[in-house]
Design a protein around this ligand. Structure first.
Ligand code: 4AD
Ligand code: MG
Length: 434
């Protein structure tokens, strides 16, 4: 083959190369064999394009290779681009020369296979148009999160995944053998992120969190990607604005930078463009009243779970803040609410149409004695949190933060059936393979 630069399928489909010779490489997505010609849909990360190999053009040997080739074989080719309204994408490449770099075996994934089978073959299934489009949107959401936070002068940092104390009450911990003792996989990086704001003021981490919840729901993973943000000189109102700014930027970036993927996934970008600050806000108390009026058996002091979330968000197209949850259902590190001492200055953010809680947030308690009081009230051992309470002894600063469940956010963005559908290799109660 002559030495020429490789281009991508997208460049062909953009029409820049009509009538010209191009050099492409990638995988056989589909193949249709006739005696005198073979149509190959060539796939690379940028898309698929129809190519045609004619036995009158290529060598006899090459044509024999084309005839024996199966899908997912790896090829490179040289050919002329022609506009062709019958071809998907409007162009066809007429091949002069081609080489099979690797002959694939029979690909196990065909149409109409069970979800179980597809999940067992996740390592191969991710080549599908659907999954690869989802993963490209996921990339954009991660990129946009970093872009927004950096533009607001946040530092990205890291935290340990092995921890010795629990970060969130109620959420089950995974125990790990750590030489001669037991430690845990972190449920949240918050407690190791807060100390860092004393050095950098505005910090964030994008990392996995682990939860041993046995919930087999469409919203729970045992390992999920958690974007956690901590900000000094920031109270509850400032924290709300930060969440609005971040979520809005992620939604708009996906619309601006992944229009083709959204279109192929059948997602209407208008849904995402509707997300604009200010988001609607209700108090926990109002949320409970709304649920009671809708006939749900729920009392003040109980957590807002799936059924209640559904009631609150079923008719909403935009996000909803629920503020000031009772102390008994939230964590000891949250700031006391002076206007109603039964509650903390916290909020959750609920996604539209029952996609669930996307964010957990609060202003943090900056008074060490109050944290001790909270720990005593819930019967937890202050000794374990000595280092965390230390932070309140040396220049304690007003600060707030939150954690975004990135997988849940993407599940809502793309209206996926199950949270595992947006993760390359999901981990759930029942799945740890491949
Ligand atoms: O509400 P959570 O438990 O809050 C925290 O962990 C805080 N320490 C975060 C912080 O303030 N830095 O978790 C935060 C978010 C939830 O709102 C949800 O979106 C997501 O993490 N999440 C899960 N996502 C998928 N699978 C699970 N099992 C999840 N558990 C929580
Ligand atoms: Mg929560």
């Amino acid at each position: 083959m002559t030495i020429m630069e490789y281009i991508h399928v997208r460049d062909v489909l953009d029409g820049k190369h009509e009538g010209k010779k191009v050099h492409l490489r990638g995988w056989v997505h589909r193949i249709r064999k006739q005696t005198k010609m073979t149509f190959v849909l060539l796939r690379d990360p940028s898309g698929v394009v129809q190519t045609v190999i004619k036995n009158s053009v290529v060598s006899e040997e090459s044509y024999a290779d084309a005839s024996k080739m199966l899908i997912e074989s790896l090829i490179e080719l040289e050919g002329i681009v022609r506009a062709d309204s019958r071809a998907e994408g409007g162009y066809e490449v007429q091949v002069d020369n081609f080489v099979v770099l690797h002959f694939a075996e029979d690909f196990p994934i065909t149409e109409n296979q069970s979800t179980e089978f597809l999940n067992d073959n996740r390592h191969l299934w991710m080549r599908s148009r659907k999954l690869s489009n989802v993963l490209k949107v996921r990339d954009e959401v991660f990129r946009a999160a970093r872009e927004y936070l950096r533009s607001e002068d946040f530092y990205e940092t890291t935290c340990p995944m092995f921890v010795s104390t629990m970060g969130e009450e109620g959420a089950d911990l995974f125990e790990v053998e750590y030489f001669d003792r037991k430690v845990f996989l972190t449920q949240t990086s918050q407690m190791h992120l807060e100390p860092q704001l004393f050095a950098m003021e505005k910090v964030f981490i994008l990392a996995p969190s682990f939860r041993g919840e046995k919930s087999r729901t469409r919203k729970h993973l045992t390992e999920f990607w958690h974007l956690e943000v901590e900000e000094a000189w920031c109270d509850h109102e400032c924290n709300i604005k930060r969440q609005e700014g971040l979520i809005t930027h992620m939604c708009q970036s996906v619309v601006n930078n992944r229009p083709d993927e959204l279109a192929e996934l059948g997602v209407d970008p208008k849904r995402l463009l509707k997300i604009k600050p200010p988001f609607e806000r209700i108090t926990y108390e109002e949320a409970i009243e709304t649920c009671q009026k809708a006939g749900l058996d729920i009392k003040w002091g109980q957590d807002i779970r799936t059924e209640a979330e559904d009631i609150l968000t079923k008719d909403r197209d935009t996000f909803l803040f629920v503020e000031y949850y009772p102390k008994e259902i939230k964590s000891f590190y949250m700031k006391n609410n002076e206007d109603d001492s039964r509650t903390y200055k916290n909020n959750d953010l609920l996604a539209p149409h029952g996609y669930g809680e996307i964010i957990g947030a609060s202003q943090r308690e900056d008074d060490g004695d109050k944290i001790l009081e909270n720990l005593k009230r819930i019967g937890d051992d202050p000794k374990k949190y000595e280092w965390y309470i230390d932070l309140r002894k040396y220049g304690s600063v007003e600060h707030s933060g939150f954690g975004v469940g990135m997988d849940r956010l993407i599940t809502w963005m793309l209206q996926l059936e199950h949270i595992r559908d947006c993760v390359p290799f999901p981990r759930t109660v029942s799945r740890i393979y491949p």
